[in-house]
Design a protein around this ligand. Structure first.
Ligand code: ADP
Length: 325
C-alpha cells in the first residue's frame, strides 16, 4: 500500500495528441491506488498561480479520443528563475501535493528536473511532443498521430503535383529536430528531406530532380523541417529556382499537425506511460521519465536527458534518396 496521499499532473509546452489519454492514465491509476489527484492548469503557470482542480474518475471521462489537453498547456518564462520554482514548491506543499507527473517535451523536462534538484519535489515525466526528440526514448506521445496527419496531407498534395507535373516543397514542424520530416519523407516517397541535423545540399536535390525528369518523372515532393523559422521552405524554393530555374510550389502544413484525434498507438502508449509514471511515484522513484525502447516501457533519467540531443540516423535520409531515385 502506498503512503502517497496526493499527486499533481500537468501538461506543459507544445500540445500533442495523446496528452489527454496520458492524463487519464495518471488520474485513474492514482485513484485506483487511493491517491488523490489534482490537475494543474496551463503548465508551470498553474503551479505558480495555484490553478489546481481536484480530479475524479469523471474528470477524465470522454477525453481519451480528444487531441490537445483539457488541462491546457503553455509556456512560462518565469519558471526559468529559481525564485519561481521555490514559489511552486511552497504552493505544492501548502496544497499537500507530494509528487508530480509532468507531461511535455524537453523544455518541460528541464523545468521538472530543476524543480526536483532545487526543491526536492518528486517528479516523473511522460514524454509528450510531436517532435519525438527527447533523448533516451525511442518514442514520444503524439508523434504517430502527427506523422499520419502530415502523410495524409502530402498524399493530397501529390495528386496535384502529379496532375500538373510540379515540384512541391512541403514544410512540416520541427524547429530543432527532423524526426517528423524523416518519417513523413519515407512514408510519402519524397525525393529529398531537409532537416536541421544533417546537411543535404540544394545541389544534391536538384541533381535528384533532374534524374527523375530524365526518366520521365514530371513531379517531385521535397519535405523540409521548418528549422529555426517557419517559412524556410520558401528560402529553399528560391535557392532551387536560382540554381536550376526549377519553379516550385510551397505548402506549409503548420498547426494542423499538432491537433486531431490521437491514433490508437498514441492513446495506448499514453495510457501505459501515464500509469507507469504513477507507479514510479508510488515506488518512491523520482527525477526520471517513462520512455520506450524496443517497444517496451523503460525509465530514463530526467536530469540525464536535459541538454542531450537525440540524433536521427543518417541512413534514413540515404534510404529515402535511394528509394525515390
Ligand atoms: P516543450 O516542453 O514542448 O519542449 P518548451 O521548451 O517551451 O516546451 O518548455 C515549456 C516550459 O518549460 C517553458 O515555458 C518553461 O516554463 C519550462 N522550461 C523550459 N526550459 C526550462 C529550464 N531550463 N528551466 C526551467 N524551466 C524550463
Amino acid at each position: 500500500m502506498s503512503t502517497l496521499k496526493k499527486i499533481g499532473v500537468f501538461t506543459s509546452g507544445g500540445d500533442a495528441p495523446g496528452m489527454n489519454a496520458a492524463i487519464r492514465g495518471v488520474v485513474r491509476t492514482a485513484l485506483f491506488q487511493n491517491i488523490q489527484v489534482v490537475g494543474i492548469h496551463n503548465g508551470y503557470q498553474g503551479l505558480l498561480s495555484e490553478s489546481f482542480e481536484p480530479c475524479h474518475l469523471g474528470s477524465v471521462a470522454n477525453i481519451i479520443q480528444r487531441g490537445g489537453t483539457f488541462l491546457k498547456t503553455g509556456r512560462c518564462s518565469e519558471f526559468l528563475k529559481p525564485e519561481a520554482r521555490l514559489t511552486a514548491a511552497e504552493n505544492l506543499k501548502r496544497q499537500g501535493v507530494e509528487g508530480l507527473v509532468c507531461i511535455g517535451g524537453d523544455g518541460s523536462f528541464a523545468g521538472a528536473s530543476a524543480l526536483y534538484k532545487e526543491q526536492k519535489i518528486p517528479v516523473v515525466g511522460v514524454p509528450g511532443t510531436i517532435d519525438n526528440d527527447i533523448f533516451g526514448t525511442d518514442y514520444t506521445i503524439g508523434f504517430d498521430t502527427a506523422v499520419n496527419t502530415a502523410v495524409e496531407a502530402v498524399d493530397r498534395i501529390r495528386d496535384t503535383a502529379a496532375s500538373h507535373d510540379r515540384l512541391f516543397i512541403v514544410e512540416v514542424m520541427g524547429r530543432n529536430s527532423g524526426f517528423l520530416a524523416l518519417e513523413v519523407g519515407l512514408a510519402v516517397g519524397a525525393e529529398e528531406v531537409f532537416i536541421p541535423e544533417i546537411q543535404v545540399s540544394v545541389d544534391h536535390a536538384i541533381e535528384h530532380i533532374k534524374k527523375g525528369l530524365q526518366r520521365g518523372k514530371g513531379s517531385s515532393i521535397l519535405i523540409a523541417a521548418e528549422g529555426q523559422k517557419p517559412g524556410r521552405a520558401y528560402d529553399l524554393a528560391e535557392s532551387i529556382r536560382k540554381k536550376s530555374g526549377f519553379e516550385s510550389k510551397v505548402c506549409i502544413l503548420g498547426h494542423i499537425q499538432r491537433g486531431g484525434a490521437p491514433s490508437a498507438k498514441d492513446r495506448n502508449t499514453a495510457s501505459q506511460m501515464g500509469a507507469a509514471a504513477v507507479n514510479a511515484l508510488i515506488q518512491g522513484q523520482s527525477d526520471l521519465f517513462i520512455g520506450l525502447k524496443n517497444d517496451r516501457l523503460i525509465t530514463c533519467s530526467l536530469s540525464g536527458s536535459v541538454d542531450k540531443k537525440k540524433q536521427p540516423y543518417p541512413d534514413q535520409i540515404k534510404l529515402i534518396q535511394m528509394l525515390s531515385m
